[in-house]
Write a protein that binds this ligand. Sequence first.
Ligand SMILES: CC(C)(COP(=O)(O)OP(=O)(O)OC[C@H]1O[C@@H](n2cnc3c(N)ncnc32)[C@H](O)[C@@H]1OP(=O)(O)O)[C@@H](O)C(=O)NCCC(=O)NCCS
Length: 272
Amino acid sequence: MRPISRFVVERDGVEQASVVLGRAEIFEREPLEYAVARLSWADGGLGDARAVVAAAVGSAPPGIPVYLPVSAAVSADHAARRDVALACGFELFQEKEGFRWADTGQALPEPAGLRLEPMSRIGPEAFVSVLGRCVAQTLDRTDALVFGRQQPRQWATTFLNHHASAADAQSWLYAETTGGAPVGFVGLAQREGDPEVGTIVLIGVLPEQRGHRYVDRLLTAAYRAARARGFVAVRSLVDVDNHPMMAAMRRSGADPDADPWHGWLFTSARDA
Ligand SMILES: CC(C)(COP(=O)(O)OP(=O)(O)OC[C@H]1O[C@@H](n2cnc3c(N)ncnc32)[C@H](O)[C@@H]1OP(=O)(O)O)[C@@H](O)C(=O)NCCC(=O)NCCS
């Protein structure tokens, strides 16, 4: 988040609560969106916490959504933070589960019936149209919102520019059947600030290929790519409403309870 202003409640010169209003990075391709973050308050100061959040929301331009993220991985008091959000008129926009797949040396068979090509060999162009068609009916609420505002090609190109860096191009995999029919893709990247851990940035199966568990083979392909890159684990976030993806993650052996990784994103739009 890029900070704009900080809001503070002070009593007798002592800070009781503070929060920052900034531009939301989660929607960095949508520069009009705002977020409140870095909320902190003194023991028992829930009223002060609500006051700084309300002041921050009130300072944003009217009619433009303000987002408030809460992360269980960052804040042990995430339940209290969610209560503050709801008390300040926010609504839950998205809830995400964090999965952790650990490389324990388990068998990772080469995915049968699929031909996989890394972006480092075939370039990004083949991914652009496949990404656009896969994400058109995504159940991920953030992707659906951002995608719905843009042209599919523009969205896919911008997304790949942001999330498929040179080093990661070897683990963005395009998939087709052995007969040459396009199936989908999976993008595995190094987790920012964590050289030993990967993350599945995006995965998709084309609408006409769905329901054949291709997603399982794409996940195996991603884990094989993670092992080839020397990652010890793959941590990925999935929208809890994306039932096919939640089920596929579980089938792949990724654990939703391995760590307290869980996120909530609240939204609040003031009347214009
Ligand atoms: C999530 C996704 C990758 C699953 O791929 P998949 O290979 O079709 O997965 P499955 O074969 O396990 O099918 C999952 C469910 O899709 C449904 N399905 C079956 N046929 C389908 C079809 N023709 N079209 C749409 N959905 C279908 C079924 O309900 C199936 O569940 P069930 O067989 O367990 O009852 C795919 O739906 C997709 O690309 N979605 C859009 C992008 C997305 O959400 N990506 C994940 C977030 S990054």
